[in-house]
Design a protein around this ligand. Structure first.
Ligand code: ADP
Ligand code: ZN
Length: 745
């Protein structure tokens, strides 16, 4: 009898500590729901709980026997949603650590580990999954027998190449109507739909790799694989086209063969569909993908597949960084320098940094790869925290591109294009090769200006110019989205002489069409690729050679493989040379090298022309003549001299409000509080107006906290944040804290 009574008393006393996704830095206490036995509760389960007048999904962190609130004031939780916890102890520890490190409310932090469907309380159950497979008849039929029904023939062909069948989900990626074809083929008993029993499905064998690795690749692979089973960080610095992806693929294969899982984090998957197909081609098994472009259902499905350990590979963006891993083996962060690994709003974590912390916790290796390492990672190599691996030559027969600066001073320009560049373009297309032009500014012209008095059309909600878009005939603010018809009469001098000034991609497209009427020009930017599937379609046309000249923004810079591009023109690099943001030159250098890396990736040597009005700028010179490595070393010395990150550590407090006075007032109070805490070794800088002082109708200010060591900075924040929450003024403004900011905007 005794144990039972014991259990009953325990239940009477039990308090559930629950994290709820709201912007408060605390957990909430609830009593267990009456109907559930106490031994059913495990940290990492979801529950629904009454909260105010609503019911919310919360996450169980702990079953405790005490509460700061009197027991009779506590409410009962409504229901337990999961029998098994969805997060392991380690994963909860990691999330709590992240909440603490980034000073972000724990409920919101835990939310970020889950797909939307689970946040809303959906069952953590795999949806029924259907696959199309060939029948015996279908396996034998020859495509020519279906030549009068080309779609049916295409589908049969596809299935004959995928003998394990294709998931409906995969077929939905096809941009043609496969459903009608499938219906017809089913009637003819050539194919059938089968439901995949979701847990028992065994994965097919992975064929051995075809390429022999070169020596450096070999060394990189063995360095990492020698660390399987314990924690170690690696930086794989390999010039574009040197075969980094091949190194990843080998390591992934080894990990899978050991029965473990690999998480691969990428900056933006939707921009690099080619990479996903390369993985898929190499590993004929289902691969979990996770990014914001997927449906809620698909994200739930792939999350569960990885969490349960059914599928060994996950390709995801930063939102995947916290996905549970059942059998952790390896984490890879590709393009580690990319600032999109840092979340810029809400829970401002860095997925790259989380990957490192996570690998340490899980005792597995983590591999950061890039052609252009961040200064943070380079410093970590210098300090021997990471092992530095190098790939210095292009794989296969490709050789690195040749750089040349085009001095624009006193040159006549054809709407932004120098004569030399135009000549090079025409020689390249005449040889039947492709040209890539890069300009990181969409729209027709960044300024709409009065030629009589110099008035410019500005956004009335932001400190920013309105950008002229010719195709839609609109002035558009790229910061708040405001749109209006172009003003025809100057509000200042009353003349009707307003014109576009400066160049954007739309304008370059127009001049290219005029100069090269016989060539096909494609523009790739956010305006032209809004429609789903559009980017893929254009990328295919480029690969097929239907396009001669492609022009685009940074969407073109990332990871694409264009074998026939031999000329890259970078139209304007000067804004990166002189900027208030100390990271601007690093970002510019990375961008130049990444874009340049699209050129001459196969036999033909590539050439890169950079237009500039500052050909003597020292950073440009070291980048062009000595390469990224030298540039980065020099940039790191500059940072050190100026006491800037990564030599120092920062936390940025941002504040905004509709009136101009509250933000600086509030931040001064915060600065006072911080000073009162008198923590040594932390500098308190500001408040100062943000680089864009007004945005979307709000005034923006910031306060910077900086230290040579992380510890005092975090000691200060630990004490400061609760103090701020208690400030009356904090209710009147919007404020946020950004630990390790990558952008001072
Ligand atoms: P990165 O990821 O560094 O840009 P990739 O892995 O995409 O480079 O490799 C560039 C090209 O070289 C690809 O076409 C790839 O198949 C090829 N490649 C990679 N490694 C080798 C190798 N060891 N031998 C021959 N070709 C290779
Ligand atoms: Zn605006």
């Amino acid at each position: 009898m005794a144990p039972q009574t014991d259990l009953q008393t325990k239940k009477l006393n039990a308090v559930l500590k629950i994290a709820i996704p709201i912007p408060l830095h605390k957990t909430f206490d609830y009593l267990p729901p009456r109907s559930v036995d106490l031994d059913k509760f495990r940290p990492g389960q979801r529950l629904t709980v009454p909260f105010g007048k609503q019911s919310r999904v919360g996450y169980l962190l702990e079953v405790s026997s005490s509460s700061e609130t009197a027991k009779d004031k506590l409410k009962k939780a409504d229901a337990l949603l999961d029998e098994q916890p969805l997060l392991s102890k380690e994963e909860l520890t990691l999330l709590r650590w992240a909440g603490h490190y980034y000073h972000h409310p724990i409920g919101d932090v835990i939310n970020s580990a889950f797909p939307v469907a689970l946040r809303k309380g959906s069952k953590a159950k795999l949806p029924p999954i259907n696959k199309l497979v060939l029948t015996r008849l279908g396996k034998e039929i020859h495509q020519t027998e279906l030549s009068r029904a080309p779609r049916q023939a295409a589908l049969i062909h596809l299935l004959q190449n995928n003998p394990l069948g294709l998931y409906i989900e995969e077929l939905n990626h096809l941009e043609w109507n496969w459903r009608d074809a499938a219906r017809a083929l089913t009637k003819k008993e050539l194919i059938e739909t089968v439901e995949v029993s979701t847990s028992t499905e065994s994965l097919p064998e992975i064929p051995p790799p075809l390429l022999a690795l070169n020596k450096e690749q070999e060394q990189a692979v063995s360095a990492v694989s020698n660390s399987f089973g314990h924690f170690k960080s690696f930086l794989l610095e390999g010039i574009t086209g040197s075969g980094k992806t091949e190194v990843y693929l080998r390591l992934i294969q080894e990990t899978i063969e050991k029965g473990q899982q690999v998480m691969v984090l990428l900056p933006e998957i939707s921009l690099t569909p080619q990479l996903e197909s390369r993985f898929q081609a190499r590993f004929p098994i289902p691969i979990a993908t996770y990014h914001s472009g997927l449906s809620e259902q698909k994200r739930l499905h792939h999350w569960l597949r990885f969490q349960r350990g059914d599928w060994p590979i996950l390709l995801g963006t930063r939102s995947a960084a916290f996905i549970p891993m059942k059998k952790p083996g390896l984490i890879i962060v590709d393009e580690e320098h990319d600032s999109s690994f840092k979340q810029q709003e809400g829970f401002r974590f860095s997925a790259r940094d989380i990957a490192i912390v996570r690998a340490r916790q899980l005792k597995i290796p983590v591999l950061l790869g890039t052609a252009t390492p961040s200064l943070e990672s380079l410093l970590n190599c210098q300090r021997k925290r990471y092992q530095h691996l190098h790939l210095t030559t292009r794989a296969g027969n490709a050789s690195p591109p040749q750089f040349q600066l085009l001095d624009l001073r006193n040159k006549q320009l054809e709407e932004g294009l120098s004569l030399e560049l135009i000549k090079s373009i025409s020689r390249t297309v005449e040889r039947g090769e492709q040209v890539l032009l890069f300009l990181n500014r969409r729209g027709f012209a960044p300024t709409w200006i009065c030629h009589s008095c110099g008035y410019t059309a500005d956004c009335n909600r932001c400190h920013a110019r309105m950008v002229f878009h010719k195709q839609t005939n609109l002035l558009r603010c790229h910061h708040c989205g405001k749109e209006q018809r172009p003003i025809q009469r100057c509000p200042k001098c009353r003349q009707s002489d307003l014109q576009p000034l400066g160049i954007g991609t739309e304008r370059i497209e127009q001049v290219l069409n005029r100069l090269f009427p016989a060539q096909t020009v494609a523009r790739i930017d956010r305006d032209t690729t809004r429609r789903k599937g559009e980017l893929n379609r254009v990328l295919e046309q480029i690969t097929n050679g239907e396009i001669n000249i492609l022009l685009g923004t940074q969407m073109l810079a990332k990871g694409h493989h264009f074998p026939n591009v031999t000329l890259v023109g970078i139209l304007d690099i000067d804004h990166g040379l002189f900027s208030y943001d100390f990271r601007a030159s690093e970002k510019m250098a990375q961008m130049i090298i990444q874009v340049a890396g699209r050129a001459g990736r196969e036999e033909k040597r590539g050439k890169v022309l950079l237009q500039t009005r500052h050909p003597d700028h020292p950073l440009l010179a070291s980048l062009i003549h000595q390469g990224y490595g030298t540039f980065a070393r020099e940039a790191l010395l500059e940072r050190s001299a100026a006491q800037l990150p990564p030599i120092t550590h920062q936390a940025l407090m941002r504040c905004e409000a509709t009136d101009q006075n509250s933000p600086p007032h509030f931040l001064s109070l915060v600065a006072e509080l911080a000073e009162k805490l008198a923590i040594k070794k932390v500098e308190i800088l500001g408040p100062v107006p943000a680089p864009m002082e007004r945005r979307a109708g709000r005034y923006r200010y910031q306060l910077l906290l900086q230290s040579h060591e992380r510890e005092p900075l975090h000691t200060l924040l630990d004490q400061l944040v609760p103090d701020i929450d208690n400030l009356r003024e904090s209710k009147k403004v919007r404020w946020s804290l950004d630990v390790d900011p990558v952008d001072l905007y």
